[in-house]
Each structure stands twice: as structure tokens, then as C-alpha cells.
Design a protein around this ligand. Structure first.
Ligand code: COA
Length: 288
């Protein structure tokens, strides 16, 4: 059975990617590319384990300021691997199944949703089933208008698990969610944007440039503060107003105290004393 350890020795080298995932660095962006194009980037147990190691490594890699998750070839990802994730685990013990599922969830939402760096999902093509979890767990998402999405589980007789249904409920309104969950009907990138499943859709030819532009815009910001914003947002969504008021004041103080750039100080001085910029219209100058 392939679920125990199907990685080649390359997986334990200094850079943990290479078998199922490719990583390319460019101007502070780490392009993390699910790399099984011949299987439409379906997520196998070994891909899931590799992604955990990739996220671990990029967390402390200075070449990665913003992480973009995408897929090789014509797919973002065709979802969970029906052969390696489903059929080949049908006869595994409950503990083995639990381990396989845990690895999958470990990166697709648990790590990704609370990743300490900004994340953008770039949906370049097919995006089915299990792929919705990582898509929704990224902070931002840009799709090609031509990309095809589908909650296809109903088409082959299962319910969308792997937190897919929870992910859909996070972004789509109930009428859209139930329509696509119950019919399994595919929809394109434009529709994904209309339903707010993704931030925006652009023609495929512009997808990489637009994603790059957004990543660079994020990098102009104080990334210590950006990190605090994305993490606190995820938490306050689950809180009532009294608790979130208290939590946010505490987090604001902590963020300010631990900011290596002392951005708040610079921002106030440049606006109030030097009259050098307007916070409503742009960013403070980190050089002064
Ligand atoms: N799991 C396992 N293998 C998959 C896969 C998946 N989710 N998606 C694609 N593949 C494999 C195919 O079995 C095929 O393998 P083979 O060459 O060894 O026969 C290969 O990838 C190419 O797939 P193919 O169907 O020929 O490509 P296509 O471009 O014509 O169609 C899709 C692409 C994505 C529309 C189609 O592959 C598909 O429907 N995949 C399943 C999507 C799905 O429902 N995912 C939800 C899982 S929860």
C-alpha cells in the first residue's frame, strides 16, 4: 500500500519540495505549484505530506514574503486523488485512514488559514472538490475567467467532506452553495467571482501578472501588521462583540509592541509632524 511512505529520498533533502510540488522564488513571491499535471494535480497522500513540509520550510524562508498557491499545467487541482486518497485507503485500518486525513487537513486549511505570511490562491484551471479547501483557506484568490470549478462530489456519490462544505459555506451565500453542492454543475471563473468564492477573475493571459501585482502591493505594507490583521480577522469572525473588542485591543497592543519597523511611530510622525503623507491615500515611508 502506498499510504505509509511513498516519498523518494529527495523529499528529505534540504529543500523539501520536488516530488509532487514545485517552488519558484521571484521578487519575494514563492510560487508554490502543485505539480502532478498528468493527474490534473490531484492531491495524493504523498503530495499532502510534501505540502506540510513545504509550508513549514517557507514559513522561515526569507525568499518567501507572499505565498502564491497554484497548479502546474491546465489545473489548479482536480481535488483529492480518487485512487490514492480514496480507493487505496478503503482497506486501511482506521488509524491509517485517520493519519491520511490528518495530513490532508493539516495543510489544506489548518496551516494555510493561519499561515504567518500572506497567501494568494491563483486558480489557473480545473478546480474540483477537495481543491476548494485550500482555495478558501488562502487569504486572497484570483481565478482565470476560463478556469472550471465544480463541487463534483455528488456526481460520484459522496458528500463533500475534507471540510470542502465548510469552506464553501465560508465564502458563498447559501443559495449558490446549495445549488452547486446539490447539482455538481461546473462553473467558470467569472461565476466564481460573482458568487464571491474568489476575489476576482481575469483572462488567463493576465492571471500571473495580476497575481504578481497584488503580491507586490502586499509587500509594500508592513508585513508584521499584515500578519496580525489576517490572523486576528480569522479569530474575531468566531467571537461576539464584547470578546472581540477586548481581544482586538490586546492584539493591537501586542502588534505595536513587537513591530520591528515601529510602523505606527513612523506613520504618525510622517503624517502629523512632517506632513509627508496621507494615511488615507497610501503607505508611510519605511525608509525614514
Ligand atoms: N483523482 C485521481 N486521478 C485523477 C483525478 C482525481 N481527482 N483527476 C484526474 N485524474 C487522472 C485521471 O484518472 C487520468 O489519469 P490516467 O491518465 O492515468 O488515466 C489523468 O488524471 C487525466 O485525467 P482526464 O480525466 O483524462 O483529464 P481531462 O483533462 O480530460 O479531465 C477533469 C479533467 C478534471 C475534468 C477530470 O479528470 C475529472 O473529472 N477529474 C475528477 C474531478 C473530481 O471530481 N474531483 C473531486 C475529487 S473529491
Amino acid at each position: 500500500m502506498s499510504i505509509a511512505n511513498s516519498e523518494s529520498p529527495a523529499a528529505s533533502d534540504a529543500e523539501p519540495w520536488g516530488n509532487n510540488v514545485k517552488v519558484e522564488f521571484e521578487d519575494g513571491i514563492a510560487w508554490v505549484i502543485l505539480n502532478r499535471p498528468e493527474k490534473r494535480n490531484a492531491m495524493s497522500p504523498s503530495l499532502n505530506r510534501e505540502m506540510i513540509r513545504v509550508l513549514d520550510a517557507l514559513e522561515v524562508d526569507e525568499r518567501c514574503k507572499v505565498l502564491v498557491l497554484t497548479g502546474a499545467g491546465e489545473s489548479y487541482s482536480a481535488g483529492m486523488d480518487l485512487k490514492e486518497y480514496f480507493r487505496e485507503t478503503d482497506n486501511a485500518t482506521p488509524v491509517e485512514v485517520m493519519r491520511v486525513r490528518r495530513d490532508s487537513m493539516a495543510w489544506q486549511w489548518r496551516r494555510l488559514m493561519f499561515y504567518p505570511k500572506p497567501t494568494i490562491a491563483m486558480v489557473n484551471g480545473w478546480c474540483f472538490g477537495g481543491a476548494f479547501t485550500s482555495l478558501v483557506s488562502c487569504d486572497l484568490s484570483i481565478a482565470a475567467e476560463e478556469a472550471i470549478f465544480g463541487l463534483s462530489e455528488v456526481n460520484w456519490g459522496i458528500i463533500p467532506a475534507g471540510n470542502v462544505m465548510r469552506a464553501v459555506a465560508e465564502k458563498m451565500c447559501t443559495s449558490d452553495a446549495l445549488y452547486y453542492l446539490m447539482t455538481g454543475e461546473p462553473f467558470d471563473g467569472k461565476k466564481a467571482s460573482e458568487t464571491r468564492l474568489v476575489n476576482e477573475a481575469v483572462p488567463l493571459a493576465q492571471l500571473r501578472d495580476r497575481t504578481r501585482q497584488i503580491a507586490l502591493k502586499l509587500m509594500e505594507k508592513n508585513l508584521h501588521v499584515v500578519r496580525a490583521i489576517k490572523l486576528t480577522y480569522r479569530r474575531v469572525k468566531e467571537m461576539n462583540w464584547d470578546v472581540s473588542e477586548d481581544y482586538l485591543y490586546a492584539k493591537a497592543g501586542e502588534t505595536y509592541a513587537s513591530d520591528p519597523d515601529k510602523g505606527r511611530e513612523k506613520g504618525m510622525t510622517q503624517f502629523l509632524d512632517k506632513k509627508a503623507f496621507k494615511p488615507g491615500l497610501g503607505n508611510y515611508n519605511n525608509e525614514t
